[in-house]
Design a protein around this ligand. Structure first.
Ligand code: PLP
Length: 360
């Protein structure tokens, strides 16, 4: 099986696996004051420092969570407290679910947020919370987060950046951005499942917890931290994106276009690893199943969280209409190979030729 679904989960990186296994063997609670507890604590704090250095935060402003969904919910509740909120139209459902009733920031047909609308909305009322993803999970479209951060800062608004898909793939630095908070997820970086982090700007450091409890994470997130996953997350975050992904993505897109598809978001700056390919008239799940049978793991719409494939809200927001149901996502992992990508291009061409014949 050739795995091309990195945006759902990156394959585990060897350095992350080694760090997680070492932490599994510690067998102590980092809150305990005895020797084994202190050893576990040292591993936790080393991971915190590494993550802070990697993403431009202070170590004490890194809050570990179970994943990005929890970190986003925590940040939206705490930073949005009493503020009006605006979220990008193509945000992950984790953001939409945590901000019911939020104003929606529209995107253009390439998926790029309309900063003119953001500016007017910021000007029209009291200080706000704005949630914008650095990179979209389905199309790879990069949002102008530096510009959005500038607009927000000038108007006393807080910007929360969902950095889940951008982390490890493009430069992300909370201090350089001047955003209020940044969220990352371990399994999207090549770490184990089950750890994420909320990185806060110093002025947002005192956060009301979403989950109370034993005072862990400086009182900002109750619950014993999942040390193996956290340790793996920090090790994975140190890794750099492999060269060559952009070239391979271009070859995937060229092969798909030659087979009758079009590339969603082609005109926007995008992640080097992500291609969103729409094949008019052919249901996305049919394509995913055909490619699965041919030995290639890709996905349809947003990750099919419960095994079902819903029409993607993000692609609908980009104005794709019925074509939103005909788009698949090919996301190249850190360990992609030229031969794997070449084999996929052949399989995609054969799949498209067969299914387009049936659809006609
Ligand atoms: N934000 C984005 C952009 C994502 O792609 C995802 C996962 O698909 C999430 C948030 C949620 O991350 P997690 O799986 O860590 O809860």
């Amino acid at each position: 099986m050739i795995y091309l679904d990195a945006n759902a989960s990156e394959p585990l990186r060897p350095e992350a696996r080694a760090a997680a296994l070492a932490a599994l063997d510690l067998g102590a609670n980092p809150a305990s004051i005895h020797g084994p507890g202190r050893a576990a604590r040292a591993v936790l704090e080393t991971a915190r420092e590494a993550l802070a250095a990697r993403f431009g935060a202070r170590a004490e402003d890194v809050v570990f969570t179970s994943g990005a969904t929890e970190a986003l919910a925590c940040a939206i509740r705490a930073l949005g407290n009493g503020r009006r909120t605006m979220i990008g139209a193509t945000e992950h459902p984790a953001v939409a679910a945590a901000a019911p009733g939020a104003a929606i920031l529209p995107v253009d047909p390439e998926g790029v947020a309309d900063l003119g609308v953001l500016e007017a909305w910021l000007d029209a009322g009291p200080p706000a919370l704005v949630c914008l993803m650095a990179a979209n999970n389905e199309t790879g479209t990069l949002q102008p987060i530096a510009e959005a951060a500038r607009l927000c800062r000038r108007r006393g608004a807080r910007l929360l950046v969902d950095g889940v898909q951008a982390a490890g793939r493009v430069r992300l630095d909370l201090t350089a951005l001047g955003a209020a908070a940044l969220v990352i997820s371990g399994h999207k970086l090549g770490g184990p499942l089950g750890a994420g982090a909320l990185l806060l700007a110093p002025e947002e450091s005192a956060l009301v917890p979403l989950i109370g409890g034993g005072g862990q994470e400086r009182g900002r997130r109750g619950g014993t931290p999942g040390l193996p996953a956290i340790s793996g997350l920090a090790a994975a975050a140190e890794a750099v994106a492999p060269p060559g992904l952009g070239r391979w993505r271009e070859s995937v897109e060229a092969a798909a276009v030659a087979a009758g598809a079009f590339v969603v978001g082609a005109g926007a700056p995008r992640l080097a690893n992500t291609a969103c390919l729409a094949l008019p008239g052919v249901r996305a799940e049919t394509q995913v199943i055909a490619l699965d049978l041919a030995g290639f793991a890709v996905s349809a719409g947003a990750a099919c969280s419960s095994g079902k494939v819903a029409r993607s809200a993000a692609l609908l927001a980009m104005g794709l209409g019925p074509l939103a149901g005909a788009a698949i996502r090919v996301s190249l992992p850190w360990n992609a190979t030229a031969t794997g990508v070449a084999a996929f291009n052949v399989a995609y061409g054969a799949m498209a030729a067969r299914l387009l014949r049936w659809a006609a």
